[in-house]
Design a protein around this ligand. Structure first.
Ligand code: ADE
Length: 225
């Protein structure tokens, strides 16, 4: 998968995308992430990329021209499966959407800053608007990092244990069951006996029941979907 990200603050994305599983995905050639700064497409002498909004009001808006030129430049190179704008008024991200997007070859993600981007970019280029939750970040970069991370770990071959993403919370609309590791007894805090029994079928039944109970207690809304 190739992901192009348009961001005026590339520094905010460099670290999250260069460690751990994201680094492994890139090292294995399964994920490519390219950052593009709209400032490099600004035509004015001052390289301005934002301006006051028409009609007045607080907050700067990202100019249409540098963004549009950057998008056109990228679109001339490849066809995108989705052009995504990270925004708090978008579709709330969930595992289902992550699964769907992880099957694509080319994604373009636009990160807004300041008050947002000129609405005409959304109307004419953007095919999907994504929010990572009902709160406002100071820009789309951290949200884009969340999205890219969630997609990267779904790409076949990225996780060591190929099956492990299948058992994540939210796959099948259930939260994951609790997990334990050594020691079996930590100063009297014991691991559930069943997990030490070696009885694989019973262990799976126990996990399924735990996942269900946990979901019922913490996220009953998931069971209704
Ligand atoms: N940009 C600012 N806030 C955001 C949010 N909650 N989700 C996605 N992008 C954003």
């Amino acid at each position: 998968m190739r992901i192009d990200i348009i961001t005026a603050v590339p520094e905010l994305l460099e670290s999250p995308l260069n460690h751990s599983i994201m680094q492994r995905a890139k090292d294995k050639g399964l994920l490519e992430v390219h950052l593009h700064n709209p400032r490099n497409f600004a035509k004015s002498k001052s390289r301005q990329i934002d301006d006051y909004q028409f009609g007045g009001g607080a907050g700067m808006v990202m100019l249409i021209q540098p963004l549009a030129d950057c998008i056109e430049h990228l679109k001339a190179e490849r066809a995108y499966d989705e052009i995504i704008y990270m925004t708090p008024d978008g579709h709330r991200l969930n595992q289902q959407t992550c699964n769907r997007l992880s099957l694509y070859k080319n994604l373009l993600i636009i990160c807004g800053h300041y008050k947002g981007i000129d609405e005409r970019i959304r109307e004419h280029y953007v095919t999907l608007e994504i929010s990572i939750g009902d709160y406002v970040l100071s820009g789309g970069e951290l949200a884009a990092a969340v999205l890219v991370d969630s997609l990267g770990r779904l790409l076949p071959g990225v996780l060591n244990d190929e099956t492990s993403a299948l058992f994540d919370s939210f796959q099948d609309n259930l939260l994951a069951p609790p997990v334990y590791t050594r020691p079996a007894d930590y100063g009297g805090w014991k691991v559930p006996e069943i997990l030490l029994s070696g009885h694989q079928r019973k262990i799976e039944e126990w996990r399924a029941e735990q996942a269900y109970q946990r979901t019922k207690e913490r996220r009953p809304d998931l069971l209704e979907e």
